[in-house]
Write a protein that binds this ligand. Sequence first.
Ligand code: TXA
Ligand code: MG
Length: 346
Amino acid sequence: METKVISVLQDYNTAAREGAKIIRSGGLVAFPTETVYGLGADGLDGAAVDRIFEAKGRPNDNPLILHVAEKEAAFRLWVAEPPRARALMDTFWPGPLTLIYYRSDMVPDEVTAGLDTVAVRMPDNQAARALIAASGVPIAAPSANLSGKPSPTTAAHVLQDMEGRIPLILDGGPCRYGVESTVLSLVGTPTILRPGAVTKEMLAAVLGEVALAPSILAPLGAGEKAASPGMKYKHYAPNAQVFVVVGEAQAAAARLSALYDQFAAAGKRPYIAATAEAMPFYGPRRCALLGTRRDPTTLCSRLFSLLRELDQEADVILSEGIGTEGTGLAFMNRLLRSAGFRVEYL
Ligand code: TXA
Ligand code: MG
């Protein structure tokens, strides 16, 4: 199958109409959102949704998010209005917040992987919403990467993983946040299942209390059940092995430099993912700049594309970790998963 790439930057309505034709006939279209690129299919058509799992090589017990173009469409997908949903939607939609609640009969089993709940979000990207509106259905979409790989934040990343597997990629340029949406369950105590650009602090300002799923910063224990099925799979992993050191800039740089020298002496090709604060301490070692520790949102937006870039140059990626305040939590969640939780705290 030939994979066509069309830009949405000039005229997103024409691109959306072309995409919608494919969605309505049961096919797959990759599209930009403000978080990462999505791989979309008609979210009310189980057979179309199955094609997503096939194209990604994704285990089909991992449920998908339904994307809507307007708030009211979300309420048809849930069995009833989720507690606190209106306030959350008024504050954060359109935007990088996914809400989970009991599903209505409209939602096929293929979307929810048999769960009695469904995840819904309204993306803050005009081309994405135009595609959904022109399709006339909610669009089921995971990130448009091969299962286990870093999520795509440019159309070139999507092409790298999906060329020959899907007919169309809508190119909207680099994604603003570069990290997937915050996933919040509204069943029982509101609980963050996956952190994102809408932070725990921002949610607490609307909800009062918010819980964090334990698997956000630690691997699941043996026999432990994942709150979100996606948490149990290997994730965001480049081919290179990733190691993380969390500590103050100069101390972290000293430890990472020592690791670098050990790997280099063993004939490996290491590369350091550094913050601006630690950069002066690495000497002549090969380093890529993630951004400053003062701005974890930028670190998030750089992480996946940097992992893909360094994968071309290195077989070991040595990265600094940071604190988990604000969007630091999303950064550390993705980084630790890409490292398979190989981390040292100084
Ligand atoms: O920003 C995003 O959310 C991107 C863009 C394309 O919208 N999408 C995305 O989808 O990241 P995906 O499939 O890669 O991640 C969805 C996450 C998975 O961890 C999945 O297990 C979880 O949401 N999830 C979906 N439905 C769920 C449900 N009913 N209960 C618990 N977790 C659910
Ligand atoms: Mg994903």
